[in-house]
Design a binder for this molecule. Structure first.
Ligand code: 4AD
Ligand code: MG
Length: 437
């Protein structure tokens, strides 16, 4: 009998098939046993009836424990009352290994416990749904860029300099005589590849030594970063909204079942289409000021500072789709930002804030083109000039207007799945005090 994956079972209705997997759950009801069998592609209910099998086979079921590895043979049929749902009448059972008492039972467990058992927690229905959405988001990201003229060019993880400020750098000893840092972003290299190839993107793990515990921060996360030669801030905002809408459409098309398992009300996602609202930092500051005066926001917003989590949450709660906040004060942003020609204290940058309190999912902007200005910024930020000579070269040899952004995959998945915390959006999350498994 041929091995069949549960996800394909609909093609084998009425046939005898073999499923290789694990026992997710078992319950008995008189002379019937109901097994939930999972094989990684899905879960199917198998039924065995005492009258249909030998005494020996019937007693074999008694030794089964949760997560025992098993090979099951049976005949498939469609559920009598639920079309599209399939069941298996079990004919034979081979036990590959009986599992020891499994720590994650169907009852509720605390998050600390689940996190320390992440290697097992991955097998649960909920984790499955989330990580399948993640895979779909990543596929959509690649398809979007690959089919729009972008070239994938991977950027290094071991780097000689900071991109996003020196406070969140992971330092690595690089053969004793030099220090290396784990990349916070591929952007600086993207700028070089954009000068070579025009429209580029990089996609890989990025690292931030975030010393605070929040529901939005990981120390290792996956970021996709496009960079586009001759694009300005307006063009970038248009690209980002089209990008997000493309991802949403793909998830809504392909992950209905997963969103259902997560009990994610997808109507708020279905409504989202371009254009997304665009508000300046100054407008956002006024909104926050009014919100504080009316009591909707606890702490007053200090004009000139970066938006805090509660500020982002408030702003995004005012819109039914992601909102783009542009032109922040240059001094709260990274060194590479192009100043706004209308007001040089502001940067030509944009943060996209997702609805439902998810906060920033995209950060980006137009890059400084002037050699002298960049040099000055590098000094103001106390960055080591020698580490940036190659980056400055890009302004010496045919400097060009260009823009790009970065989107954190986990933030995006967290928003789409309606998660409380980004730790569930990656197979093995890395956070402050959390490195195992
Ligand atoms: O806003 P950030 O820091 O921007 C950059 O790194 C730019 N160099 C990107 C670029 O323009 N090429 O980070 C971009 C995005 C954020 O909007 C957020 O989605 C995600 O990366 N992100 C994190 N996600 C999880 N944990 C963290 N600690 C994150 N820090 C940033
Ligand atoms: Mg940011």
């Amino acid at each position: 009998m041929e091995q069949v994956y549960i996800s394909d079972i609909g093609k084998y209705v009425g046939e005898e098939v073999t499923i290789k997997g694990w026992l997710y759950n078992i319950r008995s009801s008189g002379k019937l046993r109901f097994l939930e069998i999972r094989d990684g592609s899905g879960i199917i209910q198998g039924v065995v009836s005492k009258k249909d099998v030998s005494e020996e086979l019937w007693t074999r079921f008694e030794t089964l424990t949760q997560e025992s590895s098993i090979i099951v043979q049976g005949r498939t049929r469609e559920h009598p009352k639920r079309p599209g749902v399939f069941e298996l009448d079990i004919i034979n059972l081979q036990i590959v290994a009986v599992a020891e008492p499994y720590p994650i039972t169907p009852k509720e467990h605390g998050i600390e416990f689940l996190m320390s058992n992440r290697h097992l927690w991955l097998r649960s229905r909920r984790t499955h749904a989330i990580l399948r959405v993640r895979a779909q988001v990543i596929r959509a990201v690649r398809d979007f860029f690959d089919s729009n003229g972008f070239l994938l060019l991977d950027t290094p993880i071991l780097t000689p300099a900071a991109c996003e400020g020196t406070t969140t750098l992971f330092e690595v000893d690089y053969f004793g005589d030099a220090k290396a840092y784990l990349a916070q972003s591929g952007q600086l290299y993207n700028e070089a590849t954009a000068a070579a190839f025009g429209r580029v993107y990089t996609f890989g793990p990025t690292f931030r030594a975030e010393k605070s515990k929040t529901r939005r921060h990981l120390t290792e996360f996956w970021m996709v970063e496009p960079e586009i030669a001759y694009m300005d801030l307006d063009g970038l905002m248009e690209l980002s909204e089209n990008f997000i809408c493309y991802i949403l459409r793909r998830v809504l098309e392909n992950c209905r079942a997963e969103l259902e398992i997560l009990e994610r009300d997808s109507t708020s996602l279905e409504k989202i289409e371009p254009p997304f609202p665009r508000i300046s930092y100054d407008e956002a500051a006024r909104m926050l000021d009014d919100a504080h005066k009316s009591g909707a926001l606890e702490n007053p917003f200090e004009y000139g500072s970066d938006l805090g989590s509660p500020d982002e949450t408030y702003i995004s709660s005012q819109f039914d789709r992601p909102v783009m906040v542009h032109r922040y004060p240059a001094k709260v942003k990274a060194f590479y930002m192009e100043p706004d020609p209308q007001d040089s204290t502001k940067a030509l940058c944009v943060d996209m804030l997702a609805p439902e309190g998810c906060g920033e999912i995209i950060g980006g902007g137009q890059r400084a083109t002037s050699y002298d200005l960049l040099l000055q910024r590098i000094e103001e930020h106390n960055l080591p000039r020698e580490a940036f000579d190659w980056y400055l070269d890009l302004r010496r040899y045919g400097t060009f207007p260009h823009s790009g952004f970065g989107m954190g995959i986990e933030r995006c998945v967290g928003w789409i799945c309606g998660l409380e915390h980004v730790r569930e959006a990656i197979p093995f999350p890395r956070m402050l005090y959390h490195l195992k498994p």
